[in-house]
Design a protein around this ligand. Structure first.
Ligand SMILES: [Ca+2]
Ligand SMILES: [Ca+2]
Ligand SMILES: [Ca+2]
Length: 276
């Protein structure tokens, strides 16, 4: 009898060792702190609601939960809701707007090679994306109508989460795995970018806050008043381990030039992805 008990105990130990625990993420990337300055020169708006660290990504994870996936983007400071998002059908925060681009085939030119309007970015040809998950304080109907009006050509790649919520310093979005095209596989590429939610965006911008030459009350500074600069505050770069060198790699990836004669005709930056 003791032998049988020992046998069962051993079997149970083997089974539990071979099953991933619930907390094991499918994707887990880190980002260094204090690189929420885009190409190294961007400044926060001057209004005090934009507290230091608000747009500073520190971690990104994807978890599986049954038929759903939970996307988690963590920032350096506690997430606040100064504009009372519940009063406009929002999700419990006001300031952040994270976009998670996913390359599912890593083939040159396959997928969408431009960013959503308002980011002023393109993608490297080997990293054109099939899906982008929007983590925004805006409700689903506002997101849907913005995408339809301003990004109709990209609409089939846009994933609007079922639920978006806040936990401390983390934004969480629940997405049906089916809407992403399945459970994430090895070999997929990831790009997490951080922007700021703008409820009154420019005519062509998809809910993004502008980066201008000089910071204003609700405008980032350090960029250009034209559309030659990437409107990205922070992003995750390879190897996605939060190393110091990743700051430099980000600054390089987001370095932009504006042609004096035709600033809006300047070539946009081409962003790389992380293939964990
Ligand atoms: Ca960061
Ligand atoms: Ca692709
Ligand atoms: Ca970064």
């Amino acid at each position: 009898m003791y032998a049988r008990l020992a046998c069962w105990t051993l079997l149970a130990a083997l089974v539990s060792a071979s099953l991933p625990t619930v907390a094991d993420p499918l994707v887990s990337l880190k980002d260094p702190t204090r690189d929420d300055d885009g190409p190294g020169v961007f400044k926060y708006p001057t209004d005090p609601v934009y507290k230091p660290g608000t747009f500073d990504i520190t971690a990104f994870e994807v978890h599986r939960k049954g038929a759903n996936l939970v996307f988690k983007v963590t920032v350096r400071s506690r997430i606040t809701d100064p504009w009372d998002s519940r009063s406009w059908d929002g999700n419990g925060f006001s300031l952040q707007f994270a976009q998670i681009y996913v390359d599912q085939d890593h083939k040159d030119g396959s997928g969408f090679c431009e960013g959503l309007p308002g980011l002023n970015v393109k993608f490297k040809k080997e990293s054109c994306w099939e899906k982008v998950v929007l983590i925004s304080p805006q409700g689903r109907s506002r997101l849907k109508s913005e995408v339809r009006q301003k990004a109709a050509a990209l609409e089939k790649g846009v994933v609007i989460p079922k639920v978006t919520r806040v936990k401390g310093k983390t934004l969480e979005a629940v997405v049906k795995a089916r809407d992403l095209g399945g459970v994430p596989k090895k070999g997929w590429g990831w790009l997490v970018v951080m922007q700021s939610n703008e409820g009154y965006p420019d005519r062509n911008d998809l809910l993004t806050r502008k980066v201008n030459e000089y910071a204003g009350k609700h405008r980032f500074g350090g960029g250009s008043d034209w559309n030659c600069d990437p409107q990205v505050l922070d992003m995750v770069v390879a190897p996605g381990k939060g190393l110091d060198g990743e700051k430099e790699a980000q600054h390089k990836a987001l370095a932009f030039t504006c042609n004096e004669a035709d600033p809006d005709g300047s070539p946009l930056v081409e962003l790389p992805m992380v293939y964990p």
